[in-house]
Design a protein around this ligand. Sequence first.
Ligand code: PLP
Length: 459
Amino acid sequence: MSLEPHHNMSLEEMDKRSLFHPFTSIGDHLANGPRIMSSAIGVHVTDSKGRRYLDGAAGLWCVNVGYGRQEIVEAMTRQAEALPFFHSFTSMANEPSIRLADRVLRWAPDHMSKVFFGNSGSDANDTNIKLVWYYNNMRGKPAKKKIIARNRAYHGVTIGAGSLTGLSYCHQFFDLPLPQILRTHSVDQYREKPEGMSEAEFSAYLASELEALILKEGPDTVAAFIAEPVMGTGGVLVPPAGYFQAMQEVLDRYDVLMIADEVICGFGRLGAPFGTTHFGIRPDIMTMAKGLSSGYQPISASVISNRIWDVLKDTSGEVASFAHGFTYSAHPIAAAAALANLDIVEREDLVGNAAKAGAELKGALQKRLGDHAMVGDIRGVGLMLAVETVADRATKRPFDLSLKVGARIVAKAYEQGVIVRPLGNMIAMSPPLTLSSANIEELVTGLGRAVDAVADELA
Ligand code: PLP
């Protein structure tokens, strides 16, 4: 131990020496070092070298109200001064988290009943797994435990949520997934819907596959199905028409709970309050995070329906307490930030703007890149969009992943002053919901030039 500060060390060196970055190639990082962000305002962030970027990713799909919102800063400061922390175990409470639970339920569908707060989307999904298991134990169905998740899903990285995630790179070398997790198809209309099949037929097929899986496993062993309304990290995959209705019919038939992972879609990103609202899903549990506080503080929520709450309430006498929760569950500063964030979303009608700006951004992308030789598909809902690159448009042949086409486009976009995210050969966009027409032009111009530059390199 030496408490002597490293006065002469650059931040880049200090980072490489000390900071273990999530989802980062250790080799690349040690070779190239960090890109350090220093400040941000509106939809723009500025790095430590003074370069300014339009943040077309809203951080990690989360800064929905944009940066530099003084009223959130002030709400957090006021709460830190009054009560920076108190826990919510053993009936303890604080005002902002009570008000936030009430507010979340006003946003949520009417049959949702209670809000359990956590700190991240991952821990909320772990909470959900435990809730499903607990619910079935308490109602005398201890064998009903398996949870069905989809290929290419992203539900987080903790041991439970990471098992629900359906991306092999999140499992490999981590000894995941857990055995109780089953998998069904994703909803890749571009690559998996056969030529000539309608969306309704594709939905019926996916629902029949779900039913076959439940029957094979035994309905008495299957507890829940979890889905992102629009799949995010798996490639911004929009379900075919009628998908959730067809899936829910099957779930209802076998008494299987529906968990809607609204971590990205929730609070307006799709141009509707939730993905659940947009697609007419009837969830038993909803996972929320990101847009709940726009990332100004870490906070998540597991929201449960009346039917789950009733079982928990009616069996409460059988246990000393509901023995689950985190030190920072219902954290007062995080709740204060989330309340101020939702004030902005409501006052500025950012849900409406997500619909309007989303349609405009999709149209502009289609105009600039729709006929590009390297672009196979442009898709999304509201302000959750992706461009899928291809080596051959006619055959949809993907680029070899070793060419790192997505990452190269993203690097060129940085040079153009635009931040977008690579998902394999796809480029994802999820800008703040405040996006204006001028911002759209800036984003599409930068991305268009980046795609052209990589196409030239590959020619
Ligand atoms: N669920 C979805 C749909 C997500 O997109 C994410 C993160 O991107 C998570 C869960 C995990 O959230 P966190 O990174 O806060 O643990």
